[in-house]
Design a protein around this ligand. Structure first.
Ligand code: S3P
Length: 182
């Protein structure tokens, strides 16, 4: 369906918001996507760390997950109220209803959908993810998949990520984004 001129104008000003589980590639694909579209790139977790002057793992350790989520909501709100950019969010951000509604209003959401093997392999490469530090990462990720995938499926754009190079992913997203913009 064709978008009207005013809808196109609105879509053109919206931030592109990457969502998906830990290890789905939001930050690395997001920064490449931003370069491709000549837009600034922001990583919500980095912005949260900067505002708290602590790493994400330290925030969880010192203040707990509840406080992290409150800060995450505030920081993402500030970013979404700013000018258009590409925003990589942490895996839990889209589970917050207020954040989800604001993303709907101010952004175009892109879910990087990945299977358990991809997520396990990618998350094993980097430390500092508190939710995976306790317990068996495969079990934790499986449980997050069953809770979060049904919610992530509300995204405006869904792309499958796996073994393809990031450049391929960027192309897929740009194609879907151009189609939405009409
Ligand atoms: C989280 C994902 C992390 C980070 C925090 C919580 C989650 O971000 O925000 O550890 O709840 O899935 P990444 O998805 O970038 O790893």
């Amino acid at each position: 369906m064709q978008n009207s001129i005013s809808e196109k104008k609105t879509l053109n000003t919206k931030t592109i918001v990457l969502i998906g589980l830990m290890g789905s590639g939001k930050s690395s694909i997001g920064s490449r996507l931003a370069k491709k579209l000549s837009l600034p790139f922001k990583d919500a977790d980095d912005e949260i760390s900067a505002s708290a002057k602590l790493s994400v793992a330290e925030i969880f350790k010192v203040y707990g997950e509840y406080e992290f989520r409150k800060l995450e909501e505030r920081v993402i709100k500030r970013l979404l109220m700013g000018s258009k950019h590409v925003l990589a969010t942490g895996g839990g951000a889209y589970m917050n209803e207020k954040t989800r509604n604001l993303i709907k209003q101010k952004g175009i959401s892109v879910w990087l959908r990945a299977d358990i093997e991809t997520l396990l392999e990618r998350t094993s490469r980097r430390e500092g993810r508190p939710l995976l530090d306790n317990g068996n990462p495969k079990k934790v990720l499986k449980s997050l998949i069953s809770k979060r995938h049904p919610i992530y499926s509300n995204a405006d754009i869904i792309v499958d990520t796996g073994v393809q190079p990031h450049g391929e992913m960027v192309k897929k997203i740009v194609t879907a984004y151009d189609a939405i913009k009409g």
